[in-house]
Ligand binder design. Sequence first.
Ligand SMILES: Nc1ncnc2c1ncn2[C@@H]1O[C@H](COP(=O)(O)OP(=O)(O)OP(=O)(O)O)[C@@H](O)[C@H]1O
Ligand SMILES: [Mg+2]
Length: 274
Amino acid sequence: MKMALRLKTGSHIAETSSKGNQEKWLENGRWYKLDLFGYEGLAETVTSALLAKTNVEKLGFRFVTYHMERMEVHRHIRNGCSSENFLRPGEEILTLADLFHKGVGPSWQSEVGNLPNLKSKIQWMVESTRRLTGLDRFGVYLTMLFEADMLFGNEDRHLNNIAVLRRGELFDYCPLFDFGAGLLSNVRDYPMEIAPRGLLRQLRAQPLNTTFPRQVHAAQALYGPQLQCSFTSQDVTFALAAPLDYYADRDRAYLRDRIETCIATQQKKLEQSY
Ligand SMILES: Nc1ncnc2c1ncn2[C@@H]1O[C@H](COP(=O)(O)OP(=O)(O)OP(=O)(O)O)[C@@H](O)[C@H]1O
Ligand SMILES: [Mg+2]
């Protein structure tokens, strides 16, 4: 039996952007997000459990830890996930979309669009971020993020899902967040009746709108390979066990297979890029 967290009707729902629009709100120092197109909460929870088995922290960066939640919203019991608010006092999150808009100007998109190749576009983002924030390891950070997105098959890395932290004039790296679209969680775009391998072949990488291998190669060519994942298929099975209990009994075996296939396939592709 899972305790359902009761939310008042009319709880504030934060502004959302892009295709996501998962309902989400901040309450008692935690951010709550509801599943929308599938099993986003499961994807977040499993991804963060596995990120704990990578070298993200050794590289000097943080990631958001997500937990499964069962929530009662407008008298319906729904699945989702929660994460501790990572903002420290006085700190705010600034997305790269905002940073470039404010720091470079509204023409930044056409400026990047006119660059000849993926490498020069990535370099533009890294150098602009470095110039505007002083974060001189941003190339390492971005490469690691692209590698993590490839590993978990997360297509939703638009420039509102890449961010820096700001406290006055001081900037810091944002903990890695929002892998909810990964692990083929969107069952509307990635139907359950299609074999996962076929779906994985179609994945596209953001923000460069290319394939995962191309996006990762371009970043690695500039800044070197970064992410090391030493986890095994048993680790994946273990990370899945408790979160899967939140989903319907009849779906569990299929979800487990789909997610295990996704990670194993993507992990192999990522290793080939090193
Ligand atoms: N743990 C957290 N700590 C601080 N801020 C958070 C946290 N989780 C979410 N937020 C805030 O909410 C915003 C959206 O979160 P997130 O990207 O996880 O949601 P989403 O529904 O997937 O959004 P989108 O569809 O726009 O990608 C973040 O940019 C951040 O401002
Ligand atoms: Mg997001």
